[in-house]
Design a protein around this ligand. Structure first.
Ligand code: FAD
Length: 594
């Protein structure tokens, strides 16, 4: 029995996982494959050929003049820079957001931007450029520019457009990118006022009292409207594959709050793509493969954003009403993960190319991060029985925890286990056990298993079945001897009715002794990091003083604090997507002045 495995200890690699074809337990990332090539591209490569190198050195001159100017000429130089009167130097975040510091220059690890809010390493891992961009191949004018064609960005663009604004969407990739499948909304018509307030209280308490209550209130009060609107937009786009799933009536002493789950196809990718096509038909202009790399500031306000084309040239997108940052999270920016959510560092990532570009651009322009460490969503892939506390073994075939840990929190225990992976073992009696524990295997989510689903999972290789524990261990790639010993010990504890090793509740102690035996391998990886720029309920980014920055909005995982618990709570399934759609919709309306 081992509880904590030292991180560098040699582990036995299971055969099951070493076969790439069989790694079907991971929820698929819906991002197109070509995006990976943008990861950690050196700055010079991102800039393109010789012409861009020249431009870079011009920009460097501009920046070094800024720094030297501040040192040598103090306030006079600062004033000259602020008015743009030094030839060729546009107003930049150096003046607007703080100062560039550091002994090694902008590319040094110790260099920081925006008064320390952004490091050079964080910038280098992103699409964002710190040095002021002054040469543009084109300048375009819109009322609103939305950065990111994802779960929150599309509703923001459509809502702003519907409110009469001319809208551009800058998208980093060649197509819209979104993930997830289930979205939750509060159905006011089926809830009482007291029940909705109690639910608001519950969400706040569940998140360690850390969310801004106005953000939660906006979700509770407006998510029905936002998701009904979203559905109507989807219907107009010819997409109606949406069914109710995982709804929950939260019942309190004084009332109830009905939270409805909506399942959009098998991924948010399909509705997001349909919505983007519809938006383009309606007149929203999309600029694909054009990551936003820098905000355009003027006198403390945000007046536009710079997009970098695929061949490394820059376009200036002016936004008379404002820019909405909806770039998702920063799970693929290691330096940001290390700074803000270090306990997620060692886990794999389910998304690619989410480098916190919106967060960084906002910080450079005077916005601030939500306080404290953000919530993280680290889950163990698809399959069956993810919540059910069946026997779990690590890759060494050893039991390592009381299995009645909520699924969403399990990553904390797996953090110190080999490769953050585990195998759940159960036997032919699974259905009786699951029913006996109060779970309902007929609930139509990927988390549960009817006998038909179990058979299908065995068929597609997600779940492994065998007639003996030895054979099962071999098939899944666990050390046979250790696995057999662990199962034997577990069955002894079940016979005693007491988990003397880890203290799991005795009602969950059921022996694994009746063939066929099943093994469900799980690899835990980061689905999302749920923390962003500090915003108010309209999605306006706030500065250090808590005041809105004119022209700057953020939505989705680029904004917060909506959560606060160390791990994303699954008490409301689909909260993240439901919240992203709602806050995108609200920010889009607000920026357009609706
Ligand atoms: C596998 C998986 C399953 C999940 N399942 C669920 C679920 O069922 N229910 C749930 O509630 N949550 C789920 N989640 C979490 C949920 O999907 C996310 O929290 C949510 O979709 C985030 O939305 P967003 O708008 O913030 O970001 P995204 O939807 O990721 O959108 C961000 C967009 O910005 C673009 N972008 C990034 N940088 C730039 C730039 N510099 N310029 C231009 N564009 C840029 C990206 O390409 C992307 O299209 C899941 C997550 C994963 C990975």
């Amino acid at each position: 029995m081992t509880n904590i495995i030292p991180r560098r200890r040699r582990i036995v690699r299971p055969l099951f996982w070493s076969d790439g074809l069989k790694r079907s337990t991971m929820e698929p990332s819906t991002a197109p494959g070509r995006m990976g090539c943008l990861l950690r591209r050196p700055a010079e490569k991102r800039m393109g050929g010789e012409r861009r190198s020249e431009r870079r050195s011009k920009m460097n001159r501009c920046v070094s003049m800024s720094r030297r100017g501040f040192l040598a000429f103090g306030g006079a130089a600062a004033a000259a820079l602020a008015t743009g009167s030094l030839t060729g130097c546009a107003p930049s975040m150096l003046q607007e957001g703080g100062s560039a510091e550091g002994s090694g220059g902008a590319t040094s690890d110790v260099a920081v931007w925006a008064g320390g809010k952004v490091s050079a390493t964080e910038l280098e891992a992103s699409a964002v450029e710190g040095e002021p961009i002054v040469d543009f191949v084109e300048e375009l004018s819109f009322d609103v520019v939305v950065v990111g064609a994802g779960t929150a960005g599309l509703p923001a663009a459509l809502a702003a457009h519907e409110a009469g604004a001319s809208v551009a969407v800058l998208q980093k990739e060649a197509s819209p990118v979104a993930q997830g499948m289930l979205a939750a909304r509060v159905v006011k018509d089926r809830s009482t006022e007291a029940g909705m307030t109690a639910y608001l209280h519950e969400l706040h308490e569940l998140n360690a009292h850390r969310p801004r209550i106005d953000l939660l209130r906006a979700y509770v009060e407006r998510s029905q409207e936002a998701l009904e609107w979203y559905e109507s937009k989807l219907a107009a786009a010819g997409f109606d594959a949406c069914e109710e799933s995982d709804s929950k009536d939260h019942v309190y002493a004084d009332g109830n709050c009905y939270v409805q789950g909506l399942l959009f196809s098998d991924s948010m990718q399909a509705p997001t793509t349909a919505l983007a096509e519809q938006a383009a038909n309606d007149g929203v202009e999309f600029f694909y493969e054009t990551p936003a790399v820098q905000l355009v500031t003027e006198g403390g306000s945000i007046v536009g954003v710079v997009g970098r084309t695929d061949d490394g040239e820059y376009k200036k997108f002016l936004a008379s009403k404002g820019v909405v940052l909806a770039t998702g999270d920063y799970q693929n920016n290691e330096a940001m993960v290390e700074r803000y959510v270090p306990d997620a560092q060692d886990f794999g990532r389910k998304q690619i190319n989410k480098t916190g570009d919106g967060h960084l651009m906002g910080l450079m322009a005077g916005a601030v991060m939500e306080p404290g460490s953000p919530s993280k969503m680290i889950h163990g892939g698809k399959g069956c029985f993810r919540e059910e506390p069946f026997l779990a073994l690590n890759l060494n075939g050893e039991r390592f925890m009381y299995e009645d840990v909520p699924y969403g929190d399990r990553n904390t225990i797996l953090r110190d286990q080999p490769e953050h992976r585990m195998v759940t073992l159960f036997d032919a009696n699974y259905a009786d056990q699951v029913y006996g524990w109060g779970s309902d295997p007929t609930v139509p989510t990927v988390a549960n298993g009817t006998p038909e689903k179990i058979a299908a999972f065995v068929e597609d290789g997600t779940l492994l079945a065998a007639d003996s524990i030895e054979e099962l261990a071999q098939t899944v790639g666990l050390p046979v001897e250790a696995t057999v010993a662990s199962v034997r010990r577990y069955n002894e504890l079940c016979a005693k009715g007491e988990d003397l090793d880890f203290g799991k509740a005795s009602k969950y102690l059921r022996p694994v002794d009746t063939p066929p035996f099943y093994a469900m391998p799980r690899e835990y990886a980061v689905s999302a990091i749920l923390g962003g720029l500090l915003v108010n309920a309209d999605g306006q980014c706030l500065n250090e003083e808590g005041e809105p920055i004119k022209g700057l909005y953020a939505a989705g995982n680029c904004s917060g604090p909506f959560y606060g618990r160390y791990d994303y709570s699954l008490s409301t399934m689909g909260l993240s997507v439901g919240r992203c759609i709602t806050c995108g919709y609200l920010a889009g309306r607000a920026v357009a002045g609706a």
